[in-house]
Design a protein around this ligand. Structure first.
Ligand code: GRF
Length: 201
């Protein structure tokens, strides 16, 4: 059974989607540990509810590399094959990225490379985009810049507010993220430069 480690800072709805998919046997692996830099994160509570080890590590007052090394250690102790970021509100240092080369993945609420960074749904809405969506990508040392594993478009309606758009994108994330994680866990992806080639696609 492949093991994933999920990093969260907040409500953890994508974590929940991964846990639910694993329970249905639709993830190709199991959630082995959940780590957060926020002690009261709902994501940690979701992990406990599911009987998954939930680990808090405080980043405050530490150098980025020192904090990242602590997280890497937790993930190693739990023999994690793939690291999934799910609303983890910290940039990873090279120390972290190099510890799991090609084995860190993130979900972003826009069609990258459009609208990287924070509040991507609001950025798309304010820009007047007619289509936005969700992206699952491998994590490199940049901001939302790694090779794209999967994307799904979400239309922006004239009646949308930034909030209603974000809610529809979130539903899409919950479908897309487990699917993309499964492709990675089943080794059905190969990276060629910026392109992720998916077997059978
Ligand atoms: C999601 O919109 C995700 O795309 C972004 O952060 C948000 C996390 O939401 N990276 P949740 O904690 O999974 O509910």
């Amino acid at each position: 059974m492949k093991r994933i480690g999920v990093l969260v800072s907040g409500r953890g709805s994508n974590l929940q989607a991964l846990i639910d998919a694993a329970r249905r046997g639709a993830l190709g692996g199991e959630v082995a540990v959940v780590v957060s830099n926020v002690e009261g994160a709902l994501g940690l509570e979701r992990a406990r509810q599911a009987g998954i080890p939930a680990v808090f590590r405080d980043h405050r007052g530490k150098k980025r590399e020192a904090f990242d090394a602590e997280i890497v250690e937790v993930l190693r102790v739990h023999h994690v094959d793939l690291v999934c970021l799910a609303g983890f509100m910290r940039l990873l240092s090279p120390v972290f990225v190099r510890a799991f080369p090609g084995r860190i993945v993130n979900v972003h609420p826009a069609l990258l490379p459009a609208f990287p960074g924070l509040e991507a749904q609001r950025q798309a809405w304010e820009h007047g985009a007619k289509v936005s969506g969700a992206t699952v990508h491998l994590v490199d040392e940049g901001l939302d810049s790694g090779p794209i594993v999967a994307q799904e478009a979400v239309p922006v309606l004239s009646s949308d507010t930034a909030e209603t758009l974000a809610a529809r994108i979130l539903e899409t994330e919950h479908r897309l993220y487990p699917r993309a994680v499964r492709l990675l866990l089943e080794s059905r992806c190969r990276v060629e430069g910026r392109r992720v080639i998916v077997e059978g696609e």
